[in-house]
Write a protein that binds this ligand. Structure first.
Ligand code: PGA
Length: 254
């Protein structure tokens, strides 16, 4: 099953709208017209409006970093799927470990967001991954299993082609510590098995599983060479156009 690489930049709470314009412009020009690898940037909500007009003519797609599971109404401070679609957003990162850690998101609450995203033609990038303590206690596979099964409960088979997962070991995020190629592949292959159990062999093997956690130009090639690593969710290194696009180049070279 051939899966197209996706390299996604998670800008987190960085960049003002005008800084975003500069960064997207530089990334778009470096990405050029290549279409072998899909590229997506996920700026803060406040930058999406400007960003949507910039990416229109480019190969770079737009993602958001979060979304409400509710369609509309009295939810002060929240952003709905429909609001994102109106800005030509294609992807939405859901269940990032920072959302789980600081904003109380759980597999169950994230599941509602994942379902709302696909109902509104947004492609979820559903994040999973274990903490350092969980890894040290040899609980990594149990943790990701619960995240996959609970977070994807009731996920419609007809939408599997729009689903992306991101395995991000929490201890590797923003720390400079990366999972080794073998550690990443072990978990990715395990997650692939869970997905084929849930959705069947062919649909399960078509779902992209990105690696995230201190991915940078120096380690991207090794990680992207693993058979079940289908791209990257890049934090720190996505704030520099050259670093980010050098990871895109590593994927093109595969
Ligand atoms: P990092 O972040 O690349 O800075 O480790 C990845 C992420 O949190 O998505």
């Amino acid at each position: 099953m051939s899966r197209k690489y996706l390299i996604a930049g998670n800008w987190k709470m960085n960049t003002t709208p005008s800084e975003s314009v500069d960064l997207i412009t530089e990334i778009s020009s470096l990405v050029g017209q290549q279409s072998q690898v899909q590229v997506c940037v996920c700026p803060p909500f406040t930058s999406l409006h400007k960003a949507s007009s910039l990416v229109e003519q480019s190969q770079v797609q737009l993602g958001a970093q979060n979304m409400s599971a509710e369609p509309s109404g009295a939810y002060t401070g929240e952003i709905s799927a429909e609001m994102l679609r109106d800005l030509y957003v294609n992807y939405v990162i859901l269940g990032h470990s920072e959302r789980r850690q600081y904003f109380g998101e759980t597999n169950e609450s994230i599941n509602l967001k994942v379902l709302a995203a696909v109902q509104n033609n947004l492609k979820p990038i559903y994040c999973i991954g274990e903490t350092l303590v969980e890894r040290e206690e040899n609980r990594t596979l149990d943790i990701v299993k619960a995240q996959v099964i609970e977070g994807l409960a009731n996920f419609p088979l007809t939408e599997v082609e729009n689903l992306v997962l991101a395995y991000e070991p929490v201890w590797a995020i923003g720390t400079g510590k990366t999972a080794t190629d073998e550690m990443a592949q072990e978990v990715h292959a395990y997650v692939r098995g869970l997905l084929t159990d849930l959705f069947g062999d062919i649909p399960g093997s078509s779902i992209r599983i990105l690696y995230g956690g201190s991915m940078k130009p120096e380690n991207a090639s090794g990680l992207l060479s693993q058979p079940d690593v289908d791209g990257g969710l890049i934090g720190g290194a996505s704030l520099n156009a050259k670093s980010f696009c050098s990871i895109v180049d590593s994927a093109i070279d595969k």
